[in-house]
Design a protein around this ligand. Structure first.
Ligand SMILES: Cc1cc2nc3c(=O)[nH]c(=O)nc-3n(C[C@H](O)[C@H](O)[C@H](O)COP(=O)(O)OP(=O)(O)OC[C@H]3O[C@@H](n4cnc5c(N)ncnc54)[C@H](O)[C@@H]3O)c2cc1C
Length: 471
């Protein structure tokens, strides 16, 4: 007869023992290299466990709560309405900074699910937990942001709604740039070796946005801040992602990213990555143009490939006609870079330039396709570009954990590469993170299929753990 244990004990048992085996997998060497392992028999049983077995029980239960809400429209609609009310509270009852009960409820549920922490101590603890699960590292970003409508040349601070002072492009000591510099440097102080610091350049406020929109040189204060930030990242052996934004500012962001790469991505090091949005019709050509710049100037091109987050705000004619066109564009850019054959590059008289690829995606097909291509190249002894993968904290855990499992299950009798997987974390006070939380809720609503699939997989994993505990 099965022994029935109290629920609390069952949970502890699973935190301590239930995931021990999964964690052991996670601690196996994950360096990106051809491996010829002798663990074929062990690995087949490992890969047969569901991907969510890697989640600690507390995280699993919180994920189940959040996906239950996200995958049921009758729960999500009021939840979204409620979130939109507390982002811009009109009464103290709805203000997370004034209502301590609301603060606690939000912090222990949605905030802890999607965000890294309110201060250095909390963020470091979250990063430690992520790495214990087998993730290679984190991409860290400061959530306090300035939402920019560059086309209207206006700004609004999402976190606090404060009014920005209008300042000129050449201003020597602008408060917004200084606040951005301090926030980013504080973030840089929390990342470690191999981690990544994500920078949103328009986050520096009005002067930065105006310079970017006009494709003019950045204010000196901002250029100096960027140099200081790069130096801080290098000191910590971390890297930098320059986030892609709206098209009205993106050409200037591309130029800044290329300049930083020319300066820092030399001597075999890749410090800076630019972001390429596959939903834009122009992106395959942009990637080719940047490969040429990297080739001409002898630096490593850091490519972070995303599909693109501003579809609702961009002129529609700039974007691929259909979702499947974007999927094809994403996968073919990834394939070209992985196989090191892209445009005129990758042929005998035109070797492929030094490049590193980061696939930032929640799309399982794209991630698994890339992993298959890499293994094919390795098996055939062909050149291959180093690839890493990333998903947002609290999103697409099934994809992240599947990639982690591949690292162990693929190492059978053939040569293969263990995927290096990162989680992208936002940090900041609950008040600062509310807009970010709202966007995650909307994204979950828009990705209905994936949210439902995630919900069913999480529910199955909870049931599996309960059954295992009872048996
Ligand atoms: C770690 C990380 C970092 C990111 N950084 C950035 C960044 O710097 N800049 C940025 O813009 N985004 C960024 N994103 C967001 C990203 O661009 C996508 O919006 C998001 O990840 C969803 O795309 P997906 O690849 O996960 O897959 P999916 O969910 O399969 O694809 C959804 C995407 O497909 C595209 N799409 C949807 N419908 C259509 C349509 N009808 N026609 C054409 N295309 C369509 C859109 O880009 C949409 O976001 C980041 C995402 C991650 C995980």
């Amino acid at each position: 007869m099965p022994t029935v244990r109290p629920l609390g004990l069952m949970m502890r048992h699973h935190i301590v023992y239930g995931n021990l085996w999964c964690r052991q997998q996670a601690q196996w060497p994950r360096r990106y290299k051809a491996t010829s392992a002798t663990v074929a028999s062990k690995s087949s049983s490992k890969s047969s466990l569901p991907p969510h077995c890697l989640l600690p029980t507390k995280m699993l239960l919180r994920s189940l709560l959040v996906t239950t809400i996200s995958s049921h429209r009758w729960l999500l609609t009021p939840a979204l309405k409620f979130l939109s009310l507390i982002v811009h509270p009109r009464m103290s009852l709805l203000d997370v900074n004034k209502n301590t009960i609301l603060h606690r409820v939000m912090k222990t549920t949605f905030y802890n699910h999607f965000c890294a922490g309110e201060n250095g101590t909390e963020v470091r603890a979250t990063i430690g937990n992520i790495k214990d699960m087998g993730f290679k590292g984190v991409i860290l970003t400061y959530a306090r942001e300035v939402v920019v409508d560059a086309s209207k040349a206006s700004t609004e601070t999402a976190a606090t709604d404060r009014k920005l002072e209008v300042s000129t492009i050449g201003s020597s000591n602008n408060a917004d740039i200084e606040a951005w510099r301090q926030g980013v440097l504080e973030t840089a102080g929390m990342v470690g070796k191999g981690d990544i610091l994500a920078l949103k350049l328009t986050g520096a406020g009005e002067p930065a946005m105006r310079a970017l929109a006009a494709n003019q040189p950045l204010p000196d204060q901002m250029s100096a801040a960027l140099q200081e930030i790069c130096a801080a990242a290098i000191k910590r052996q971390a890297r930098i992602f320059i986030d892609a934004e709206q098209q009205s500012v993106q050409p200037a962001i591309d130029n800044i990213a290329l300049d930083l790469m020319k300066q820092f991505n030399v001597d075999g090091k890749t410090v800076v990555y630019n972001t390429y949005q596959a939903y834009l019709k122009s992106t395959p050509a942009t990637v080719l143009a940047h490969l040429k710049v990297a080739d001409d100037h002898h630096f490593t091109l850091g490519i972070k490939l995303v599909r693109g987050a501003y579809i609702a705000a961009e002129p529609r004619d700039l974007i691929n006609n259909t979702k499947s066109d974007t999927d094809n564009s994403y996968n073919s850019i990834a394939e070209g870079v992985i196989r090191r054959r892209y445009g005129e590059f990758g042929h005998r008289d035109k070797p492929f330039p030094s490049t590193e690829l980061f696939l930032a995606t929640h799309n399982k097909e794209s991630a698994l396709l890339a992993s298959t291509l890499i293994n094919e190249q390795i098996t055939m002894g062909l050149p291959v570009t180093q690839v890493q993968y990333g998903q947002l904290l609290g999103m697409a855990d099934g994809v992240s954990c599947r990639l982690l499992q591949l690292g162990d299950s693929d190492t059978g009798t053939r040569s293969s590469a263990a995927p290096e997987v990162f989680k992208c974390l936002s940090w900041g006070t609950l008040g600062d993170c509310l807009s970010y939380l709202y966007r995650r809720a909307v994204e979950n609503r828009d990705a209905v299929g994936r949210t439902k699939e995630e919900y069913f997989q999480l529910r199955q994993e909870v049931l599996r753990r309960i059954k295992t505990s009872l048996s």
